[in-house]
Design a protein around this ligand. Structure first.
Ligand code: DON
Length: 565
């Protein structure tokens, strides 16, 4: 695209909203902080912390609250990842990603000619993996909660929000109205998300969800069995039968969240603790930081052409590896050690041409790899004891499959689209995959979600993560760089406009105001293709330093809210 038109396109997108203006100060608190995509959910979390609960108690309560107040992404019918660093120095990463139902198979979304059937993995009953959120959240509470708060204590605020309702924000009212025709097509979605008189939702309308309230009540009473067995499981299976879905009672009863070994890396004085496979996020953030360290990235000014060139070259190499090597580690030998090693980063970084773009078609995944054993939401929590929790959770695309379970009030995910339906055919985020991420019964689909914790000289420093599909990983990378080397405060680091590339398609996606016109021109002369992009993830983050705990709600999402105490 001609540089002049490119800059004009960026201006137009920025006028349409989602622009970065001078960022306000982050929210400062003395003891603890919660930052999420919903004011009500954040307030639920702060109330738990004020009662003496720890960050895990609060994370569980916020997770259930988001299932009520942020239905496009918060969920009971999806999955997520939790990364925590506890005050005693221990760390855990919990994987409650959805699994492929037992009747799923590699060619599930192909027609008789072997071609992908459009939409099948996105907006049908076949699009859903077996949900993991309820098992994961309750496991975290059981194993890492303070012990002061019961299952009921942390779910009760969500039950109240569902039963009594809450005033719709302008943002949520318009999101619900935007999906009206999808909701109309499914009785469960109609009963939960369409106004009873059929009118459009307006800001300030009280939004109640009685079926969801009953489901939450059952979970509060019976724990995971309140969801994976009994009436809620029956409702999920009936919903499946209504639309030729394949999740069975046995699939639900068999679901189990899993602890994984965190991915770790270092970047100068910073230690990175992040989510391992079945997320690709942690592996590639560490891999890219390793390469950037070799390329002396700290010597270059923020978003100048040399800086963005290095970011892009590093990103395209990481995403090429993602397509080839990443998948569920229970089914595929993911070479985590090799991908996150300094030696491999040196090999890749040495091959980067520092003056011109390497076409992505010339980049292959590291073949020497030794084999070894839109919608998502991110929230960050820090408590008074020094525990840090980073959670990203998703039903995949906005409002998931669009199909809510009739009588149970929650939306089903369309996470199956994160599998590679067929080698060479991109998913909704343009991501390619291969054998490593092929569909198999019981397997977890590869994710980009990157809940991450950064320590600085061994002390808690940053809690970060984001929604945004394939852009999640590069968003987390840039926020780490913005704080670690550009010394931005956490709000500036989160608000700063971003760039993203992912190997294929071979373009740099650019947020409005991310690049000055002369930088655009220089990058184009180096052979890069730039493309304006309007939608980026809401990376709700927290930074801790000697002055206190600083929360940054990302204004890219209308309802994000930081509060501390
Ligand atoms: O797990 C993943 O990578 C995707 N399902 C995340 C989807 C997402 O971030 C959509 N949100 N904006």
């Amino acid at each position: 695209m001609d540089a002049k038109y490119f800059v004009m396109a960026l201006v137009l997108i920025s006028l349409a909203g989602n622009a970065w203006a001078a960022s306000p100060a982050p929210v400062l608190a003395e003891k603890g902080m919660v930052v999420s995509d919903s004011r009500e959910a954040t307030e639920v979390g702060v109330a738990i912390l004020e009662r003496g609960g720890n960050a895990v108690d609060a994370a569980v309560a916020v997770g259930f609250a988001l299932a009520v107040t942020h239905p496009s992404a918060g969920n009971l019918g999806g999955g997520g990842f939790m990364v925590a660093h506890m005050a005693d120095g221990s760390t855990f990463t919990l994987d409650y990603r959805e699994t492929a139902p037992s009747a799923a198979h590699r060619d599930l979304y192909l027609d008789e000619h072997g071609e992908v059937i459009p939409g099948l993995s996105r907006n049908t009953h076949l699009a859903s993996g077996v949900p993991g959120s309820v098992d994961g959240l309750l496991r975290a509470l059981r194993d890492h909660g303070s012990g002061k708060l019961s299952q009921r204590d942390v779910i009760e605020p969500a039950i109240k929000l569902a039963r009594r309702g809450f005033p719709l924000s302008r943002f949520l009212a318009s999101a619900l109205n935007g999906y009206c025709s999808t909701f109309e097509a499914h009785p469960g979605s109609r009963e939960s998300f369409i106004k009873s008189n059929g009118d459009p939702w307006r800001a300030g309308d009280r939004f109640t969800q009685s079926s969801l309230g009953k489901t939450l009540q059952r979970i509060a009473k019976n724990g995971p069995d309140g969801f994976y067995r009994g009436p809620v499981a029956d409702a999920i299976v009936s919903e499946m039968q209504r639309g030729n879905g394949i999740i069975t009672h046995a699939d639900l009863a068999a679901y189990a969240s899993k602890y994984r070994e965190p991915v770790r890396g270092t970047f100068g004085e910073h230690e990175i603790i992040s989510m391992p496979p079945p997320s690709s996020g942690g592996v590639h953030v560490v891999q890219m930081l390793n390469m950037l360290a070799k390329l002396s990235i700290a010597d270059y000014g923020w978003n100048g052409s040399d800086y963005v060139h290095r970011l892009t070259e590093v990103q395209r190499r990481a995403y090429a590896d993602r397509a080839e090597h990443l998948g569920d580690p229970d089914f595929w030998d993911v070479p985590v050690t090799m991908l996150t090693s300094a030696e491999y980063a040196t090999e890749l970084a040495d091959a980067i041409d520092l003056t011109s773009a390497t076409p992505s078609v010339e980049i292959d995944a590291g073949s020497a790899a030794p084999r070894e054993g839109n919608d998502t939401t991110h929230y960050s929590i820090v408590d008074q004891f020094g525990n840090l929790v980073s959670v990203t959770t998703t039903i995949n695309l906005g409002f998931g499959s669009g199909i809510a379970v009739q009588g149970a009030g929650f939306l089903l995910n369309n996470e199956m689209d994160d599998f590679s339906a067929k080698p060479g055919v991109p998913n909704a985020f343009g991501l390619l995959g291969n054998e490593a991420n092929a569909i198999e019964p019981g397997k977890r689909m590869l994710s980009s979600m990157t809940p991450t914790i950064v320590l600085k000289n061994g002390d808690p420093y940053l809690v970060v993560g984001s929604p945004g599909g394939s852009t999640i990983i590069t968003t987390v990378l840039q926020i780490i760089l913005n704080t670690a080397i550009h010394k931005m405060d956490v709000q500036e680091a989160v608000s700063a406009p971003r760039v993203h590339s992912q190997w294929m398609p071979d373009v740099i996606a650019v947020e409005p105001r991310a690049l000055q016109p002369d930088v655009v021109q220089r990058l184009e002369r180096m052979g890069h293709v730039l493309e304006p992009r309007g939608k980026w993830g809401s990376a709700n983050s927290i930074l801790i330093n000697s002055r206190g705990v600083w929360g940054a709600a990302d204004s890219r999402q209308g309802n994000s809210f930081a509060a501390g105490y």
